[in-house]
Design a protein around this ligand. Structure first.
Ligand SMILES: [Zn+2]
Length: 389
């Protein structure tokens, strides 16, 4: 359950106002607003404006819990709404739980993606929906005309159609439901809201983004039945059109390499604490510095091999649910994953050593002793003596 419903930056306790959690980071939209064609620039400005309007809409989990309580959902319950290119939410119901496919790609992708996300949390981690109590998963597609973003507004997911309104040569974004990891990412913001409630600013905010990328990627990997070394570890692959010089909006494997485009700019993510970005923008770099824990998770998961959602994912889920608080920073998260790995798999276990190695690869030391240089031989891991005094 949620432990910290009110981030410290809130001036008024209720409703709790803090930014909505969008998938497309502000630095990308800002670059687009200056470098794009006239049509692209105008759209980027509109997208930023809408995000700004929704800042006041975001409310704390407990404030909408009574609304959700009216919906006595048991097990997987989804509704996908159609905003019909308007702005009022949630819009018109387009597909309810158990309905057959509609033939509308956005509606069906939102339905399938929220179902796959529900299944990961339920089947693997034993969690019944976002709030752990069967909260119905509401999604709205076709939000505004040609809206270039997707977000979780504290109650539901909302997806734009990308640049379908522009001439083909100007199109940069496909519809936002096209990438299942984006759907998993948005829904995980809801889980985080009910659990650690990480403040959406600076390192706690970057962790908030990180957990969404982790479980978003795990939703995708599980839907494709991919082992850690088979996965692309990209976030939002498929979202860019062929007009963009880039493969996705982020790379967990190699932060900073997802795109390098004359209009969208270059992926600014660091993959090591040495390159940590101190910035007032993007809520203190929440979409930027998330590259650091993202890479730690990738190193851990590939070190362990197999299905990443099974071991690495369990350590991360337990950490998010039981160990972190609203103000937790990278070191707190790293320390917590190290302790959780011992709890789940044993002190000095291979799993715990892989956690240490993952964090060491990004310049964060856990568990005492010298930082691993990342080149440990597996055969040496059993010699590790946990730090005790
Ligand atoms: Zn996000």
């Amino acid at each position: 359950m949620s432990k910290h419903l009110h981030p410290v930056e809130c001036i008024h306790p209720v409703p709790c106002i803090h930014p909505i959690e969008c998938i497309v980071p502000p630095h990308m939209l800002e670059k687009l607003a200056t470098e794009g064609t006239d049509a692209q620039r105008e759209k980027a400005l509109r997208t930023m404006e809408v995000s700004e309007q929704f800042r006041g809409v975001r409310i704390a989990a407990k404030d909408f819990a009574p609304l959700a309580a009216g919906v006595k959902a048991v097990g997987k319950q989804r509704i996908v709404y159609d905003a019909n290119e308007g702005t009022s939410l949630p819009g018109t119901p387009a597909r309810n739980e158990g309905d057959p496919p509609t033939g509308d790609d956005g509606v069906d992708e939102a339905y399938d993606g929220s179902g796959a996300t529900y299944d990961l949390f339920k089947d693997v981690y034993g969690r019944d929906s976002i709030n752990g109590k069967g909260l119905r998963l509401d999604s709205t597609v076709h939000f505004r005309k040609g809206y270039d973003n997707a977000f979780w507004n504290g109650k539901q997911m909302v997806y734009g159609d990308g640049d379908e309104d522009l001439p083909e040569a100007d199109r940069l974004f496909n519809r936002f439901t096209i990438a299942i990891d984006i759907i998993g990412h948005e829904l995980t913001h809801g889980v985080t809201q009910y659990e650690a409630a990480l403040v959406y600013r600076n390192q706690p905010g970057a962790l908030n983004e990180h957990f969404s990328d982790v479980f978003g990627s795990l939703v995708k990997q599980r839907s494709l039945n991919q082992q850690a070394n088979q996965a692309d570890w990209l976030i939002g692959q498929g979202l860019f059109t062929a007009n963009v010089n880039g493969v996705a909006i982020r790379s967990m494997k190699e932060p900073g390499t997802a795109y390098d485009d004359p209009v969208l700019g270059k992926d600014p993510q660091p993959g090591h604490m040495d390159d940590y970005v101190n910035t007032p923008n993007d809520n203190g770099g929440v979409h930027i510095n998330s590259g650091i824990p993202n890479r730690a998770f990738f190193v851990l998961a590939t070190e362990l091999g197999g299905f990443a959602w099974e071991k690495a994912g369990k350590i991360w889920y337990d950490t998010l649910s039981n160990e972190l608080q609203a103000q937790s920073n990278f070191q707190n998260a790293a320390d917590a994953t190290y302790l959780v790995a011992a709890k789940l798999f044993g002190d000095g276990s291979l799993e715990q050593q892989a956690v240490k190695k993952g964090w060491a690869a990004v310049g964060i030391n856990v568990g005492g002793g010298p930082p691993s240089n990342g080149d440990d031989k597996k055969g040496c891991l059993s010699l590790f003596i946990p730090f005790s005094i």
